[in-house]
Design a protein around this ligand. Structure first.
Ligand SMILES: [Zn+2]
Ligand SMILES: [Zn+2]
Length: 357
């Protein structure tokens, strides 16, 4: 997976190269101007616009001057473009409780500014992070939607392997519904022997964790990145949360597991990207998931720039095309059926990044 082919990192690298070229050009210019000015016995008067006047009669110097200015200007243009890519959303796992090779457990990575925010940590989360080339040490903020195990079984891997493989100096910070603290403390008990052995090797800070038990409302606000939790409708599984991330005027909402939810529609208004769960399985009793037709109604009300399915429950003999056809009965707007490792860049437009596994 060549994650960086269109990435901010690549653009920053280009800006750095162009900027360096501008600086080098400027240095060559000064080197040239000094003897030139000395030749003209006017160096002491060379200040401000006099510099340009002084070297204006030397074509070679002028060429270097304009080259340096062009490189510097292009560099300045590329830098904002790099930062204009405000939000990046990576679908790490688009499946559910069913073990499958093509759809790992539910997990989504949102990158905004310098933050890497992980939403749920299902089966295979770390393998997907590795495939995307995301350093484990950078993934130290986890948000939990609810306590169904398919959303959680990768947490011990993230916490322990993240610690062993890079996150040595900062704790894992976790936000989740009431009950999150008890779950994390029980993980400490479960892995106590391994933790002791590794701590004795002098590696201690990264094994710590900071837990925030949250409810509906703004739960995180740092460096211009805002995360808002909202209640959803997951049958009798309560609390169950969806999340919205806002950064620099752009936004993504993630449904968590939910049946049709007016509250989700309310909190998702105006988002660029709406990631929603879906189930094509026949429902009995109290609804805990949405049908494709219901999801279409949600999309039609929210009107995101792009709607994407994740946490996809497909019974045997159902395909992604069936999901789309049923959704089209209630929604005609932009729609993607998510896949593991799909990356969506949200800037002036919302674009699904081409991928190669
Ligand atoms: Zn689920
Ligand atoms: Zn669930």
């Amino acid at each position: 997976m060549n994650r960086n082919s269109f990435s901010r990192r690549a653009m920053l690298r280009a800006a750095a190269v162009l900027g360096a070229a501008g600086v080098t050009g400027g240095a060559m210019l000064i080197e040239n101007v000094i003897p030139h000015s000395v030749r003209h016995k006017g160096f002491s008067k060379v200040r401000g616009l006099n510099l340009l006047r002084c070297c204006g009669d030397d074509p070679a110097t002028m060429t270097r001057l304009w080259t340096a200015i062009c490189f510097a200007l292009i560099s300045l243009l590329v830098l904002p473009a790099a930062y204009g890519q405000d939000l990046r959303v990576s679908l790490l796992g688009t499946g559910f409780v069913q073990p499958a090779m093509d759809r790992f457990g539910p997990s989504t990575l949102d990158e905004a500014g310098g933050d890497k925010l992980l939403f749920d940590c299902g089966r295979g989360c770390l393998q997907r992070l590795a495939q995307l080339g995301v350093p484990l040490k950078d993934v130290n903020k986890l948000f939990i939607t609810h306590f169904h195990s398919d959303h959680l079984v990768g947490i011990d891997d993230l916490w322990l392997t993240g610690w062993i493989r890079g996150r040595t100096d900062v704790p894992l910070e976790v936000w989740g519904p009431p009950g999150t603290r008890a779950m994390m403390e029980n993980l400490v008990k479960a892995f106590d022997l391994d933790i002791q052995i590794r701590q004795n090797a002098g590696n201690s800070e990264g094994i710590k964790m900071t837990v925030h038990e949250i409810k509906e409302g703004v739960v995180y606000e740092r460096g211009g990145v805002k995360v808002t939790a909202f209640d959803i409708a997951h049958g009798n599984i309560k609390p169950a949360l969806g999340f919205r991330v806002d950064y620099r005027g752009h936004s993504v909402a993630m449904s968590g597991d939910t049946a049709f939810s007016e509250n989700l529609i309310r909190f998702s208004r105006g988002v660029d990207l709406l990631i929603h769960e879906v189930s094509a399985a026949p429902q009995t009793g109290v609804a805990v998931h949405v049908t494709p037709e219901e999801a279409g109604q949600v999309f039609d009300k929210v009107k995101p720039k792009l709607a994407v399915y994740s946490h996809i429950i497909l019974p045997p003999n159902f395909t992604a095309s069936d999901l789309v056809a049923r959704t089209r009965q209630t929604y005609k707007g932009p729609l993607e059926v998510g896949e593991d490792l799909m990356v969506i860049n949200i800037g002036e437009s919302v674009k699904v990044q081409p991928r190669s596994k």
